[in-house]
Design a protein around this ligand. Structure first.
Ligand code: SAM
Length: 205
């Protein structure tokens, strides 16, 4: 997966490549889908949601630009796979908060993350479009669900110099966008590849 799907398509951040070599993706998919865990695509998980394609996980992780020790908020824990990749990349320091609206997914992700030694991730059940104001500000925010625009609460909870990685667009088609918060507080926008995510639902959109 790493050589064919990631290195071969331009992923070069050693932290991302090492994390994606280490974290067993089959651990995060349903038992009946383990043989497809390393396929070049998204897979269904419970609650009508998806575990993202490995390339998308890698691109989002690279876009977060982790150097170590950051405070990161993830919106949309899903299976917990992306969370584990971020946790692996952050080691030995840093903190991840991850919020998911489906309690069933959050509970299962928590069990899986614990079993692999990523039990220090702080999982929350709730509406991630509102962020986690009590834990802000964050150095980076990764949103794993699609919206028409960046939720204002997430932008407010980002520190100056921090970045949000988010798929922005319509329900059918989005682009992976990185918004960097400049010294003036204005966004510097970097537009990435086309993608298709499940929708970000919530009151903060
Ligand atoms: N990155 C995840 C993984 O590795 O499995 C996949 C995330 S999945 C594409 C998107 C997730 O965002 C879903 O689990 C969905 O329930 C969640 N979601 C959508 N809107 C949300 C919200 N407002 N707050 C929290 N989670 C939300």
């Amino acid at each position: 997966m790493v050589d064919d799907q990631l290195v071969g398509r331009g992923i070069s951040d050693p932290r991302v490549l090492e994390a994606m070599r280490r974290v067993p993706r089959e651990h995060f998919v349903a038992d009946g889908m383990r043989h497809r865990a390393y396929n070049d695509g998204a897979l269904a998980i419970p609650c009508d949601q998806t575990i993202s394609q490995p390339l998308i996980v890698a691109l989002m992780s690279e876009s977060v630009a982790i150097t170590g020790g950051e405070r990161i908020l993830e919106v949309g824990t899903g299976s917990g796979y992306q969370t584990a990749i971020l946790a692996e990349m952050l080691r030995p320091g840093g903190t991840i908060w991850s919020i998911e609206r489906h309690s069933e997914l959050s509970r299962t992700a928590g069990e899986k993350l614990n079993a692999l030694g990523y039990g220090d991730v702080r999982l929350h059940v709730g509406d991630g479009s509102l962020g986690l104001v009590d834990s802000a500000p964050f150095d980076a925010i990764l949103v794993a669900a699609a919206a028409a625009r960046c939720p204002p609460a997430l932008w407010e909870q980002l520190r100056i110099g921090g970045r949000i990685v988010i798929p922005l667009g319509t329900a059918e088609q989005q682009q992976l966008v990185v918004l960097v918060k400049s010294e003036s507080g204005d966004p510097i926008t970097q537009i990435g590849i086309p993608c298709r995510f499940v929708p970000l639902l919530g009151a903060g959109i």
